[in-house]
Design a protein around this ligand. Structure first.
Ligand SMILES: [Zn+2]
Length: 457
């Protein structure tokens, strides 16, 4: 007799991606957790057990994407919990962490966090944590937000694009640091510092004309120096205070030297980059294609290769999507005006395949991929029960066919708007199934009832 709801589920795969490497193994689940890892040949004989043999498909820890803008409540016409987390499940992502903007209200108060928790209840297809925001004047809200369970805080050193989330100055950062340090949460920073006037000719920045359709115009408007200067400030503050500061979405490879040298001295500054910086290069971005616009911008080919090398060398800790969609109208799809378009790249659903495709070309193995996309980001936000396949951890998995190739079509997209630079891209590696705490949330036989939960620290 086959029990449809066995207490124990067993996965077999010739390629289980474990922290120490990839090998054939049997993974035993019990309820929502991983109970044990046994040799592939282990005999699991009992009537109350369901055995799934994935053969040559890779069994990996679910992807942990710690940088996503879900925009709900308040800007649900841009993106929402249901669509973003469904896209995540389809992409092998089992944990998201939502940014404190561009939702409305922005998550800079406990009341705003509560409204977000209310908005997401019963909509989550994967687990989801939250960041709070540090803005000028909200120091009194930081400790209550930590107590309410945020996983970290985010600030901008430059205009955020949203007037209700103003950027901070050094004194605001210095006020926040002791509170965050005491709370044991990381401080994430959008690291661009407008230290000098922007180079493009007058008039172009406000949009309009053929110059504004050129990607090179936009690239020149946000120079590497802005990032480099911001990273230096972060490194200095982390060095002085010994607080965990984190550089989000690093694009400029020129800042890697600063990061490498301070980290060598034990300064607790960490850094992430994004799939789009590792995938595209400015030389290949067609004019008018605003789906590639993000800040900081995608830079040159040689810059991209340096980011890959830094990831291999451990100077960059991990990679995230920075999924940040808006409406097609705000993306200026009809005009192709880079200077007016909303900056933000959509496409979290394809993260694993996109990263794997790039990693394969540069000689990274599956264990390195899993470290960069699951273990390292889970550790960064303190989610000890996520990010790797080990006894006692949550039974979060992605079943990944490393040989399958596919082309990204608009019809595949589960996030709200089918706008993404990944459309048309040929990718290697396809997600076949996603398991969240022992429940199949994507793949053949998956139900469509949302099984995700909010994560509060
Ligand atoms: Zn972002």
């Amino acid at each position: 007799m086959n029990n449809p709801h066995p207490r124990v589920i067993v996965f077999k795969s010739k390629r289980v991606v474990l922290p120490e490497g990839t090998r054939p193994a049997t993974v035993v689940l019990e309820g929502e957790k991983i109970r044990e890892i046994l040799p592939f040949e282990a005999d699991i004989g009992s009537s109350d057990i369901r055995i799934i043999d994935y053969g040559d498909l890779a069994l990996m820890a679910g992807v942990v994407d710690t940088h996503v803008h879900i925009n709900e409540p308040g800007r649900t016409e841009w993106e929402g919990f249901s669509t973003a987390t469904l896209a995540a499940a389809k992409g092998g992502i089992t944990t998201l962490v939502d940014m404190p903007l561009n939702c409305d209200p922005v998550t800079t108060t406990v009341a705003a966090l509560q409204s977000k928790l209310k908005a997401c209840s019963s909509l989550l297809h994967v687990d989801c944590g939250f960041y709070g925001g540090v803005i000028p004047g909200n120091t009194a809200e930081l400790e209550p937000l930590i107590d309410a369970g945020v996983l970290g805080f985010k600030s901008f050193l430059i205009h955020s694009g949203i007037h209700e989330f103003p950027h901070v100055a050094e004194e605001d950062i210095r006020r926040a640091i002791p509170i965050l340090k005491k709370g044991g949460v990381p401080y994430l920073m959008h690291a661009e510092l407008e230290t000098s006037p922007s180079p493009p000719p007058l008039g172009v920045r406000s949009g309009g004309g053929s110059e504004a359709r050129r990607y090179s115009t936009y690239l020149a408007s946000r120079p590497r120096r802005w990032e480099n200067d911001a990273v230096e400030l972060m490194a200095r503050l982390a060095g002085e205070t010994n607080a965990h500061l984190h550089v989000v979405h690093l694009s400029s490879s020129d800042a890697l030297g600063t990061l490498q040298s301070v980290r060598k001295n034990g300064v607790p500054v960490s850094v992430e980059t994004c799939h789009h910086y590792l995938t595209y290069c400015s030389e290949e971005i067609p004019d008018g294609h605003t789906e590639y616009k993000c800040a900081p911008p995608i830079r040159e080919r040689e810059n991209r290769e340096k980011l890959w090398q830094a990831l291999k060398d451990g100077v960059i800790d991990f990679a995230v999507s920075d999924h940040s969609p808006c409406t097609p109208a705000l993306k200026e799809k009809s005009t192709g005006d880079f200077m007016k378009a909303w900056g933000g790249i959509a496409g979290l659903q394809f993260s694993l395949s996109v990263f794997y495709t790039g990693a394969l070309a540069r000689g990274l193995d599956l264990a390195q991929v899993s470290h960069a996309l699951s273990a390292a980001p889970a550790k960064f936000v303190g989610l000890q029960n996520k990010g790797s396949i080990a006894p006692g951890k949550d039974a979060d998995f992605t079943v990944f066919d490393t040989l399958a190739k596919f082309r990204v079509e608009p019809s595949m997209i589960a996030h709200r708007h089918d706008v993404s630079p990944y459309i048309g891209m040929e990718l290697t590696g396809m997600v076949k199934a996603t398991w969240l705490r022992g429940t199949l949330v994507f793949g053949e036989g998956a139900g469509n009832k949302p099984a995700g939960l909010p994560i509060l620290r």
